[in-house]
Each structure stands twice: as structure tokens, then as C-alpha cells.
Write a protein that binds this ligand. Structure first.
Ligand SMILES: NC(=O)c1ccc[n+]([C@@H]2O[C@H](COP(=O)([O-])OP(=O)(O)OC[C@H]3O[C@@H](n4cnc5c(N)ncnc54)[C@H](OP(=O)(O)O)[C@@H]3O)[C@@H](O)[C@H]2O)c1
Length: 256
């Protein structure tokens, strides 16, 4: 852990705009996204409360992927949910992490641009590894102070939206994050795809059809209007286990 950026003067919270050039231009982590979706591409019903779409096999798959990541990241609306702690799971998965040369417990990263994250969220009661919050100048000072008390680190990563390129470089430089697993939701994934920061997509297609025009999908937000601007994916592997399909897509580096 080195080269932490200078803090913003009023709060002591690092502001990446003030970071040394080496942090702003340094290498990015490898970013892989893992999502479970229905056959109609939804990741939750329109009410957006947590619904376990995946089987126990898919749950194990999630922890196997976490066992290959230095850090796991999710958006504020995902972390608000009771079931979400972003941890490494049972002892067998923690041993797997150690065999992969990683720390026993992964870092946990939350994106919350305006700091609306629920301070009572379950993740803050499960203190087994550092929690890092990425936010912006939109977060009011009182919110920032509250987040600072809850998390091990808070970083200001932009004015109105999180500059994920800068944020990810900082995570690599300051926290040693070489492999970052992203677990949604749709808005966070959409921002990362749009910024061209995703290297790999792991998708579990679950045998349900939820419908609902307002139900979240694996990549929400404004999206793109033309196919030429879409993220182009290269199918790497496909595996069927009972009623579920496990897909891996690579996102080529020159992808729009
Ligand atoms: N099936 C699955 O595998 C799976 C996995 C995860 C989640 N889910 C579901 O997905 C739903 C949640 O997804 P969601 O899309 O509503 O929310 P989300 O992506 O989890 O979180 C959205 C929040 O993250 C912050 N954020 C995201 N992108 C940002 C950016 N570019 N700049 C600044 N802040 C940014 C904002 O926080 P602020 O409001 O604080 O600015 C935003 O409100 C839930 O229903 C959950 O159950 C499903």
C-alpha cells in the first residue's frame, strides 16, 4: 500500500483529482463481472429486492470467482440489501484464496456517488476485511463524515459521477488490487462497460422469466444507442449444469 493521494483539505478524505500523476496514469486492475440473470435478462424483479436466482451450484461459483479476486465491488443499491456482505465465504473458499496466493479475506469496495448508501446496511456489521467507498463531490459533507466513520477508506473520485478509470487505478496503486470482481447491480455494471473497463463477463443464465419493464438488467444506466457503440463480447466458454448455463465472455481491449 503506497502512494496514497493527498487528502481533500476539509475532510482528510483522499480526492483523486489531487493524486500524484503516477496514481492517475498507473495500471488498471483486471476487471471481471459476475451476474446471475433470468432467461429474459433480468437480475431482480421490478421491486428490486434481493431474490436468489441462482442454484447452490451458482452460489459456489460466486465464491470460486471471489477466490480469484483481491477485491469485490458492488453498487450502493446492491449493498443496501441484507444478504450482501461481499465476503470470501466458507473456510474451503478461504483456503482456495490462499492457494491462489491471495489474502484470506478480500477487500470490499462500494460505489456510492452521492453517498446515499444505507449506513445501517449489513455489510458494515461484518468487519472481517477493509471496506472502501468510492464517492464524488455530490456527497454532502455530513454524509462523507458518516461514510468515513463506517468504512476503512473513502475516496472522492469525481464531481458528479465516479471516474472509475481513476478510481480503479487508485485501488491498484494504493490497495494492491490486481484483480477486481464486480457483482452489480445493473447501474454499476453499465457505467463500467461504458467506460471500457470490463475485461471479462461471467453470466449464469437461470431458468426463470421475470418480465417487468422496470426490472434491472445486467447493464443499466443510459446505455448506448447504436450497435457500433455496444460492448462487443467474445464467447469464451459455455457450460451447462442441470438447468443453468454458465457463460464466460471476454471483452476485447479495443472494444468501444
Ligand atoms: N442477479 C444478480 O447477480 C444481482 C447482483 C447484484 C445486484 N442485483 C440486483 O440489482 C439491483 C440493484 O442494481 P441497481 O442497478 O439498482 O443498483 P447498483 O448498481 O447496485 O447501485 C447503484 C448505485 O451505485 C452508485 N453508482 C453506480 N454507478 C455510479 C456512477 N457511475 N457514478 C456514481 N455512482 C454510481 C450510485 O450510488 P448513489 O445513489 O449513492 O450515488 C447508484 O445509485 C437489486 O435489485 C439487486 O438485487 C442482482
Amino acid at each position: 500500500m503506497k502512494a496514497r493521494p493527498k487528502g481533500s483539505p476539509e475532510s482528510g478524505i483522499p480526492d483523486l483529482r489531487l493524486a500524484p500523476a503516477a496514481v492517475r496514469r498507473g495500471p488498471l486492475p483486471f476487471v471481471f463481472v459476475n451476474m446471475a440473470m433470468t432467461a429474459d435478462g433480468k437480475i431482480a424483479p421490478a421491486h428490486r429486492r434481493f431474490v436468489p436466482l441462482g442454484s447452490p451450484r451458482d452460489q459456489a461459483h460466486l465464491y470460486e470467482l471471489r477466490a480469484r479476486a483481491d477485491a469485490v465491488m458492488a453498487g450502493a443499491r446492491t449493498v443496501d440489501q441484507e444478504a450482501v456482505a461481499l465476503g470470501p465465504g466458507a473456510a474451503r473458499f478461504r483456503r482456495l484464496r490462499l492457494r491462489h496466493g491471495l489474502a484470506e479475506y478480500n477487500l470490499r469496495v462500494i460505489a456510492s456517488g452521492s453517498g446515499t448508501l444505507d449506513p445501517n446496511a449489513a455489510i458494515f456489521r461484518r468487519r472481517f476485511s477493509p471496506i472502501i467507498i468510492l464517492t464524488t463531490r455530490q456527497a454532502p459533507p455530513r454524509r462523507l463524515a458518516q461514510l468515513r466513520r463506517l468504512a476503512d477508506a473513502v475516496a472522492i473520485c469525481g464531481e458528479a459521477e465516479i471516474d472509475f478509470r481513476a478510481a480503479l487505478r487508485w485501488l491498484r496503486r494504493a490497495w494492491g488490487v490486481k484483480r477486481l470482481l464486480v457483482e452489480g447491480g445493473g447501474e454499476l455494471n453499465g457505467a463500467l462497460f461504458k467506460a471500457g473497463l470490463v475485461d471479462e463477463l461471467h453470466l449464469t443464465v437461470c431458468p426463470f422469466l421475470l418480465g417487468g419493464g422496470a426490472a434491472p438488467t445486467i447493464a443499466d444506466g443510459p446505455g448506448v444507442e447504436k450497435l457500433v457503440d455496444a460492448s462487443h463480447l467474445v464467447l469464451q466458454s459455455i457450460k451447462r449444469v442441470d438447468a443453468e448455463l454458465f457463460l464466460v465472455y471476454r471483452v476485447p481491449p479495443d472494444c468501444p
